[in-house]
Design a protein around this ligand. Structure first.
Ligand SMILES: [Zn+2]
Length: 326
């Protein structure tokens, strides 16, 4: 099928990776803060993830439909974190929403929590006002960028929370699910626990392309708060050792094997520096004062909260004691 001209989205950039395979990369100031993928199997369209807002999900649907002139057949979800599936609510019943068994189960809990939280609009308004007030006082540029992003994300979410109905996966698989299309083969493969409790990668073996979900954070800090670092490293090693060269992360820019090595190097740098603090009996506050070497210092822009969560995870992982916690 010939590919058509599509309208540009203000939420994401559409990058052509190879004929019929696209990465949708979140744009600053837009309603997407994660990435998605569009795959033409020849006779049907498969997406990987669906963004963190219905607004961005709607654009994803419009883009995929415009590209190939047909509805989306399937959305494959990489993991249960809601910044990857809230936008699935923008799709109709003709689109199958597919996840691994553990991810589907976790999404049901997550969806219930989300629906509960959206009922309390006042709490969101308070949080937004707090961030806006902080922004007027904050002088640290790294925290300022984080606040600007947080305010933008909160506003987009608040704009749609009144009408939001969560959509969870309609079907679940265990292990690997292979799609045999008229033009290409795609594989959704669970790599088990690591970044989250279960992470799926979408592999296009004949194209050398992989959509990594949050196993990949390229040129930006990984989110480690609930990870298992040893298994997270194994997931990255699996990708590094696979026969793929074009890698689409869950967050950040499209990359390849060097970006996988760099993410592993971030884990090592964080482990070494936090480890030194733990070894001399230093507190969590001292650990949070470590300075990461280049290029990781630049990754902190917009994510000091995330950095502090990662330090906290590593501090506890290495045996550091946090008062009041076991
Ligand atoms: Zn995630």
């Amino acid at each position: 099928m010939s590919q058509r001209q599509v309208r540009e989205s203000k939420h994401f950039d559409l990058l052509s990776l190879t004929d019929g395979v696209y990465a949708c990369i979140h744009k600053a100031g837009g309603a997407a803060s994660s990435n998605a993928g569009i795959i033409d199997l020849g006779d049907r369209t498969v997406l990987v993830d669906a963004f963190n807002t219905v607004a961005a999900g709607r654009d994803l649907r419009a883009t995929a439909e415009a590209l190939f002139g047909r509805p989306v057949s399937t959305i494959v979800l990489t993991h249960f974190h809601d910044d990857h599936w809230i936008g699935a609510s923008a799709f109709g019943a003709e689109t199958l929403f597919l996840a691994s068994e553990p991810t589907r189960a976790a999404c049901l809990d997550e969806a219930a929590e989300l629906a509960e939280s959206y009922k309390n609009r006042a709490a969101w308004e308070t949080e937004l006002a707090k961030m806006e007030a902080q922004l007027t006082r904050e002088t640290d540029e790294r925290r300022r960028v984080g606040l600007v992003n947080g305010i933008s994300r909160t506003r987009y979410t608040m704009a749609e929370m009144a009408d939001f109905t969560p959509r969870c996966a309609d079907a679940a698989f265990a292990g690997t699910m292979t799609f045999h299309g008229a033009k290409r083969v795609a594989e959704a493969r669970s790599l088990g626990r690591g970044h989250s409790l279960d992470d799926v990668v979408a592999l296009l073996p004949h194209d050398g392309v992989a959509f990594l979900g949050d196993i990949g954070f390229f040129d930006t800090q990984p989110f480690m708060a609930y990870c298992d670092i040893d298994l997270y490293r194994k997931q990255l090693a699996f990708v590094r050792d696979s026969d793929v060269s074009v890698l689409v992360p869950g967050h950040g820019v499209v990359g390849g094997k060097p970006e996988i090595e760099q993410e592993l190097a971030y884990f090592d740098a964080l482990e070494d520096l936090v480890g030194e603090v733990v070894e001399k009996g230093g507190s969590l506050e001292e650990a949070a004062r470590i300075s990461l070497p280049a290029p990781f210092d630049r990754w902190l822009f917009g994510g000091m909260n995330r950095f502090e969560m990662n330090v906290r995870y590593m501090y506890k992982h290495l045996g550091g004691q946090i008062p009041g916690e076991g």
